[in-house]
Design a protein around this ligand. Structure first.
Ligand SMILES: Cc1cc2nc3c(=O)[nH]c(=O)nc-3n(C[C@H](O)[C@H](O)[C@H](O)COP(=O)(O)OP(=O)(O)OC[C@H]3O[C@@H](n4cnc5c(N)ncnc54)[C@H](O)[C@@H]3O)c2cc1C
Length: 501
């Protein structure tokens, strides 16, 4: 049966905006359904990491967007004795091995608006104020039933048929319910109130330039100096506090009074959030998959929710394209969850532990607080779980570094959203012509480059040549022709093609 679109995406938050971009880029037809009429004006996420910037680079958005981002500031967690006990230090100064800084602050509505505008230019069909209410799976596709969000009688109900559905529909995902999965809980939930304020012109802002969390028995507060002159304060709520207790203008004025007087700022928003640490046990049922918050809920202590959602999009988009466009086996889509879930779980687990530590500090004794050491957080970079590699190749499933090529450009600008074989020219030139032809048929970008940056990058992951996937994870690294050809055969098998050995 001919379907109207290749992929239907439910929800148009940040994970969807990037996924749609990558799918369109590869020539797939995509329709998006979003329940809301417009992008929410209140940002939730405020922080991106180096991998997010690398993905923006891939979709040609990094240079435009980076000017809206403020460079990262240190982040410190302080206990009631004023001791810094945890945090990110000396960030925002030197690019990481990904080619970008480790941390950036951003204003979410601006980024989402930019991504949606880009998608429109690429030909996305986005239906706003359209809520997905049912999915019916066919042998070769899925029928999506949707209606206007405010339609209570169902008169605006319509159906659209697609080959695959991705639910990027957030924490309360309808699509996750359709899949029928349980969720693994990795830490207790916490309630926090987020207040964003804008200081009036001419009022000096004398807060520290770093962001921080200060924990004490009376109150636990996080401060984030956001771009666009927004100051964010996050207040941990006690069990006996209700939303009404903390959200009234009087309560907010009292919270903020340590720093600003009421006539010095406007309140942009005050919202209560539940910070969950949850990962869905199943991410796919038949032709229906989930991504972003629908698949995993990160408490924001590491600022990793959107970053994880972007990794989902980068992992899934090339697999969908290979299956839909190039006839790769549907089994390729099963590797989406086997690869991504262990990675996402590890990040949720670490973020949950930070939340637990903050909660514990609020009631710890002075002796316990005094005994606390200082821990500097080093970005967690877990490998992918098993999937499109058998684990036997050196650094299989590890994040690929991004060197600067001998022409002075960063690697990904030369590669695009493709596979790439990068490194030692002597090894690459020795690949047999039949294998080379087969690699090219798989659209693998081949870059022989012996400059120091490439040599150092490949050596850092254990070899002379690295085989990088479109989502910038490694199939593996090689030190010999036989290893290169073994990796090529494995990639070709996964992608439903053949490579002569
Ligand atoms: C206070 C706070 C601070 C945070 N800070 C950070 C941070 O600094 N860095 C970071 O990386 N992450 C952060 N996060 C997490 C981050 O906001 C989320 O991970 C991210 O928004 C998830 O994006 P998403 O696209 O998966 O889901 P969402 O942004 O929730 O988007 C889902 C969309 O689906 C739509 N939808 C739902 N159901 C349907 C339906 N049936 N039909 C049609 N549309 C539907 C919704 O209207 C919504 O627009 C923070 C979260 C909170 C709460």
């Amino acid at each position: 049966m001919k379907h109207e679109y290749d992929v239907g995406v439910v929800g148009y938050g940040p994970s969807s905006a990037v996924l749609v971009n990558l799918l369109l880029e590869q020539g797939l037809s995509v329709i998006v359904f979003e329940r809301d009429e417009d992008i929410p004006t209140s940002p939730r996420a405020a922080h991106f990491d180096d991998e997010s910037l690398r993905l923006f680079q891939t979709i040609g958005a990094a240079d435009d967007l980076a000017e809206y981002f403020s460079k990262s500031k240190d982040y410190g967690v302080y206990n009631a004795l004023g001791k810094r006990v945890w945090g990110f230090s000396a960030i925002g100064q030197v690019p990481t091995d990904q080619g970008w800084l480790s941390d950036y602050w951003f204003f979410q509505p601006r980024v989402e608006r930019y991504l949606r505008a880009k998608n429109i230019k690429q030909g996305a069909t986005a239906l706003l104020n359209r809520e997905v209410i049912d999915l019916t799976e066919l042998p070769d596709g899925v029928v999506i039933t949707h209606k206007n969000t405010d339609d209570e009688t169902g008169t605006t109900q319509q159906q659209t048929s697609v080959r695959y559905v991705v639910g990027a529909d957030g924490a309360k995902s309808f699509v996750r319910k359709y899949i029928g999965t349980s969720m693994e809980k990795l830490a207790p939930s916490q309630r926090w109130m987020i207040v964003d304020i804008k200081i009036h012109a001419g009022i000096p802002v004398e807060l520290e330039s770093e962001s921080w969390t200060r924990v004490s028995p009376n109150e636990t507060i996080t401060y984030v100096p956001m771009p666009e002159d927004i100051q964010r304060f996050e207040f941990s709520m006690k069990e006996d506090q209700s939303e009404d207790d903390v959200k009234s203008p009087e309560a907010i004025t009292e919270f903020i009074a340590k720093w600003f007087q009421p006539d010095e700022y406007d309140i942009l928003r005050a919202d209560v959030y539940h910070f969950h640490s949850l990962v869905a046990d199943e991410w796919k049922k038949g032709r229906v998959l989930i991504a972003g918050d629908a698949a995993h809920l990160n408490p924001p202590f590491l600022g990793q929710g959107v970053c994880a959602a972007f990794r989902d999009a980068a992992n899934l988009a090339w697999k969908l394209a290979r299956v839909v466009r190039d006839g790769a086996s549907e089994a390729l889509l099963d590797t989406y969850m086997t690869e991504r879930r262990p990675h996402a779980r590890e990040i949720v687990k670490i973020a949950g532990e930070v939340g637990n530590k903050i909660a514990w500090m609020a009631s710890a004794s002075p002796e316990e607080l005094n005994a606390m050491g200082r821990e500097d957080y080093k970005q967690a970079k877990p490998p992918l779980g098993p999937g499109v590699f058998d684990g036997n190749f050196t650094s299989a499933g590890v994040r690929a570094p991004q060197p600067v090529l001998s022409n002075g450009r960063m690697l990904d600008y030369a590669v695009g959203y493709n596979f790439a074989l990068v490194g030692d020219s002597a090894l690459i030139s020795a690949i047999s012509s039949s294998s080379m032809a087969a690699l090219k048929a798989l659209r693998v970008v081949i870059l022989a480059d012996d400059c120091d940056s490439v040599r150092n990058a490949t050596a850092a992951v254990g070899g002379k040549v690295m085989f990088v996937r479109p989502d910038r994870y490694l199939i593996g690294v090689a030190n010999s022709i036989s290893e290169i050809e073994a990796m090529a055969i494995q990639a070709a098998t996964a992608l439903g093609s053949t490579v002569a050995a």
